[in-house]
Design a protein. Structure first.
Length: 235
């Protein structure tokens, strides 16, 4: 007999199934998610596993891990959404472009601080409350500015696609440097000439503090996107 449409094995997301059954396990799900973020920040995504998490939590807490979180994918979804909670900041009193800039920049900075989360955006849909909360805030700002209907949807998509595209690109560079075991400067020195851009140019491209670096590029690119958007005038 076919599974019903709401079968948890079909829907494929921790956000689309019921919360875990109440238990006296010593750790809460929040405790486990915070530990997962610490492990992912320290060791990256490639070596992450439930076994590594159990070791990090300690023998006494191993059973609590599975009581609270069913599997690795669920835990990764929870961790990504927790990171995106860092983007739910006050928008201030500027115009709509300034307010969107505040939200998008906060999200970019959160993803920059946790590059493994950016890697997961391609495979783990944004169904969590913080992702949805960020989308709703941006939608509300644009709606108040006069965007409506499909034009509103298109504008929200333009902001999110730029945000995620920039974050994925920068996270890919970070992951490449990290795999080498070198510092950014050492890697740029070793790889710059081979890539045909020169060590100094590559070092500037990678450095967050440089005016040619990822943060400055993100800010300039976002402004270009927002300047190109007009309420009720998207084709």
């Amino acid at each position: 007999m076919a599974r019903e449409a709401n079968d948890k094995t079909v829907l494929g997301s921790v956000w689309l199934r019921a919360d875990p059954t109440a238990t006296r396990a010593p750790l809460s799900r929040d405790d486990i998610v915070r530990t997962a973020i610490k492990v992912l920040d320290r060791d990256g995504l490639d070596t992450f596993s439930m076994r590594r998490m159990a070791a990090e939590l300690g023998t006494a807490a191993t059973s609590a891990l599975y009581w609270r979180v069913a599997n690795k994918n669920d835990l990764l979804e929870l961790a990504v959404d927790e990171v995106l909670g860092e983007a739910l900041v006050p928008t201030g009193t500027g115009d709509w472009r300034d307010q969107v800039t505040v939200l998008a920049t906060a999200a970019y900075e959160a993803l920059w601080a946790h590059p493994w989360a950016t890697q997961l955006l391609a495979s783990h849909a944004g169904l969590g409350p913080n992702y949805q909360g960020l989308a709703e805030r941006i939608l509300n700002v644009l709606s108040s500015a006069g965007f409506k209907g499909v034009h509103l949807d298109a504008a929200v998509s333009a902001v999110f696609h730029y945000l995620i595209g920039a974050a994925v690109t920068d996270a890919a560079w970070t992951a490449t440097v990290r795999r080498s075991g070198l510092t950014e400067h050492e890697w740029a020195t070793a790889a710059g000439d081979q890539l045909g851009v020169g060590a100094a140019s590559l070092a500037a491209y990678l450095s967050r503090e440089n005016l040619a670096g990822p943060e400055a590029r993100f800010t300039s690119g976002l402004r270009a996107v927002l300047i190109g958007l007009r309420p009720r005038q998207l084709s």
